[in-house]
Design a protein around this ligand. Structure first.
Ligand SMILES: [Zn+2]
Length: 402
């Protein structure tokens, strides 16, 4: 349906800009920046809102300072479950003195709401919660369960947040919307981060006689130039219709003990972003092959490659999924603009749900470029647009499915 029904229009028209903005301002004022990432106050802002709207919710916490809240709109059936997900913790504000407005004020100026978390990710929290409140107030009985989860600990590893909730079977959706900054475009895929460490070995000796050693720092510099020349074009050739190519970032180098010793080892910490279909093993084998080629053709090279930690599966939802098409159409109706699907450039908490076979989309207000930055903000227009879109999507999807 490419227009609103009378009933849909009535429900969307009940959304008050001042109320949505007020909720986001209250969330910005409830500091939840990491470290320490204490989300108790921010979650209580949501709990108050839900209590006033008579919406049942549970607070689930492994760590009492990093609670998670799951709210449910009771429906006519217990399946399917449509879950909206957003995180209420933020990164640190940096130096408040360089902000245009204090980072925990939520000041509105020229149609923009400023503050840490204004984009990432409290605008998504506000829009998702207001979608739930709007449907509850309208007395809508959906065919299934409409849930909103507000999580802690997204910016610092998800061990108290989404990962814990998933490991303990607290969240079992059939359809998932992850709220992150896509400027309200529907994203269907994301890359995942894979940390890889490379250690290069040399031979130490006195700094006065470098010819007697093998400088691991210098050798690393040569190897990295080689990798940039050989590996980066290979990665750039790996493509996906909605995502940037595969990439490798050289994030940190540590080598040597002090100025008058020829360094024996040098460690390079790298961030390899994997496209759907790529694996950690294949990514490491690709680097190994080039390092072995370096050893065979340039100079002897002793090295170790190491990767640890969980690499989650990619989100890679079929763009033809009816749920994706429903989202695209609802967005088109709300914005009045034709919609194209996109990808999410960063990595979201959606990865803890990926691989289970149900459709996942990532969509939310604000520009990813302003998240984590000084003067983070979101436009009032996008915030309200997101609220209307999320309301309409839940209404339409849970009235179509059985
Ligand atoms: Zn985020």
């Amino acid at each position: 349906m490419h227009t609103l029904s009378v009933e849909e229009r009535r429900i969307l028209d009940s959304i008050q800009e001042s109320e949505v903005v007020g909720l986001l301002q209250a969330l910005i004022q409830a500091r939840s920046d990491f470290p320490p990432g204490d989300c108790v106050t921010a979650v209580s802002v949501i709990a108050d809102k839900l209590t006033k709207a008579n919406i049942p919710f549970d607070i689930l916490a492994n760590n009492p300072h990093q609670p998670n809240l799951v709210a449910t709109l009771p429906g006519n059936a217990i399946t399917p479950t449509l879950l909206y997900h957003a995180h209420v913790d933020t990164v640190a504000p940096g130096d408040p003195a360089v902000w245009r407005h204090p980072p925990f004020s939520g000041v509105v100026e020229d149609g923009l709401i400023y503050g840490r978390g204004a984009g990432d990710d409290k605008s998504s929290v506000a829009a998702q919660v207001m979608a739930l409140v709007t449907l509850a107030r309208a007395g809508v009985k959906v065919n299934g369960r409409f849930q909103v989860v507000v999580v802690s600990d997204e910016e610092s590893g998800a061990k108290q947040g989404t990962r814990w909730l998933r490991d303990n079977q607290h969240l079992q959706p059939d359809f998932l919307v992850v709220g992150e900054q896509t400027q309200n475009r529907v994203a269907v895929a994301e890359r995942v981060a894979c940390g890889i460490d490379l250690t290069i070995f040399g031979k130490s000796t006195h700094g006065a006689m470098p010819w007697a050693g093998d400088n691991a720092v210098l050798k690393t510099a040569r190897v990295l130039v080689w990798l940039e020349k050989k590996l980066f074009p290979q990665l750039a050739a790996k493509s996906h219709p909605y995502l940037p190519s595969a990439t490798l970032n050289i994030g940190k180098i540590t080598g040597g003990l002090q100025w008058n010793i020829v360094p024996e080892t040098c460690k390079v910490e790298m961030d390899r972003r994997l496209l759907p279909g790529e694996t950690r093993e294949a990514a490491m084998a690709e680097i190994e092959a080039l390092l072995d080629e370096y050893n065979d053709t340039i100079e002897p090279l002793q090295y170790e490659l190491f990767s640890t930690g969980k690499v989650a599966p990619n989100i890679n939802t079929d763009p033809n999924e009816p749920f994706v098409q429903c989202a695209k159409s609802a967005l088109q109706v709300v914005t009045g603009q034709p919609q194209e699907l996109t990808g999410y450039v960063q990595t979201s908490d959606g990865r803890w749900f990926a691989g289970d076979g149900f459709p996942i989309i990532i969509v939310g207000p604000s520009d990813p470029a302003v998240g984590h930055a000084t003067n983070e903000h979101v436009s009032v227009e996008q915030l309200v647009e997101a609220t209307k879109f999320l309301t309409l999507l839940a209404l339409r999807w849970l009235n179509q499915t059985k």
